[in-house]
Ligand binder design. Structure first.
Ligand code: KG4
Length: 338
């Protein structure tokens, strides 16, 4: 009998629902929240309210697009954390309610596991998926981690940021440049037309496999502050070169530790995931690196880089196979490691 999983994601500012049948994606619906744009960041209370408005139509659309009915569902997977508590509560409570109504189990998913396992979402039966063990560079607005993935239920963080995440470095520097939130995609777009060698920003000297991005942010800020004193139009006149140089420095920092981790672990496969893995420069740099070192690269489709329920459904599918169900008294959690 086939196994049909409804995945629900509501950890931050995207309400998403997806249906996966026997590991193959049938639908993936995402409602992004534009309400935060004018505040320059996600406002938690507004996010929870928008999730409440979106969740019923989003789940309904995912079920319809998949060409199934509620009664065809085998289990419901939901993001339990980490994320914004109010937002998580909406998805968690909805999953519990629907599961009671349909008399099917719920499976809780760690959001970060979801990002790592997004590479196992198959859109066609014969899509290839990574072979274990592999290394996943997980880069998002809240995390920058090097994860050694030994199995779907056995992951080890071997390096992570000690301060800002890569996405924060993009967003905070973009903010200083006067770009809208989130700034990452704007930097990406501008960088394509700029000279990446024009400006030099400081890079961290951290031992081991850990990352740090706060020094880069400070050095970026000081460069702009000093230059604007001389020329008030400096930022406007140098947008593309600033974006390209910033992006190139972030990529250099990411790739430096990735290379160390590959050598240390001896893996033959490298994957990337999380919102920052949508960045054109990061994607190209990782693909080139893997080609040079004869490694297999898994670069996710852009739709699977940012928060989505397809990754929650696939992570839930594996837990379902293990009969690893979630009790009804399980509460969401705001912070947790892998
Ligand atoms: O994984 P994600 O959707 O959620 C959070 O961790 O919140 O990641 C969001 C992050 C933001 O920092 C955003 O600026 C960044 O991903 N991002 C990008 C790009 N698209 C999204 N950064 C650089 N280039 C992009 N194209």
């Amino acid at each position: 009998m086939s196994i049909t999983i409804l995945g629900i994601e509501s950890s931050c500012d995207d309400t998403s629902a997806a249906i996966i049948r026997d590991g193959v994606l049938l639908s993936n619906v995402i409602a992004s929240q534009s309400v935060h744009e004018e505040y320059g960041g996600v406002v938690p209370e507004l996010a929870s309210r928008a999730h409440q408005q979106n969740i019923v139509p989003v789940v309904d659309t995912a079920i319809k697009r998949a060409g199934i009915t509620k009664q065809d569902l085998t289990a419901i997977a939901f993001t339990r954390g980490p994320g914004l508590l109010g937002s998580l509560l909406v998805g968690t409570s909805f999953a519990k309610g629907l599961s009671v109504g349909l008399r099917i189990p719920i499976v809780d998913v760690n959001h970060l596991h979801g990002h790592v396992l997004s590479h196992f979402v198959r859109e066609k039966e014969d899509d290839t998926v990574p072979e274990y063990p592999f290394l996943c560079l997980l880069i998002s607005g809240g995390n920058s981690q090097l994860v050694l993935v030994k199995n779907y239920n056995d992951m080890q963080i071997i390096g992570q940021t000690i301060d800002d995440a890569a996405g924060e470095a993009f967003d905070k520097c973009a903010k200083v440049m006067g770009l809208p939130y989130p700034g990452g995609p704007h930097i990406d777009r501008l960088a394509a037309q700029g000279d990446a060698k024009r400006f030099k920003f400081s890079k961290p000297h951290i031992q081991g496999l850990d990352y740090s991005f706060s020094g880069l942010k400070t050095s970026f800020l000081y460069t702009l502050r000093d230059a604007v004193k001389e020329n008030p139009n400096f930022v406007e006149e140098n947008m593309a070169d600033l974006a390209a140089s910033l992006q190139a420095t972030i990529i250099e920092i990411l790739l430096d530790k990735l290379d160390k981790a590959v050598k240390q672990t001896g893996v033959k496969t490298v994957a990337i995931g999380g919102g920052v893995s949508a960045n054109s420069g990061v994607r190209q740099a990782v693909a080139d690196y893997c080609e040079r070192h004869h490694l297999t690269a898994f670069i996710p489709k852009r739709a699977f880089t940012t928060d989505n329920a397809a990754m929650v459904a696939i992570a839930g599918y594996y837990k379902y196979l293990d009969k690893d169900f979630c009790p009804y008294d399980a509460a969401p959690f705001a912070r947790v490691s892998l």
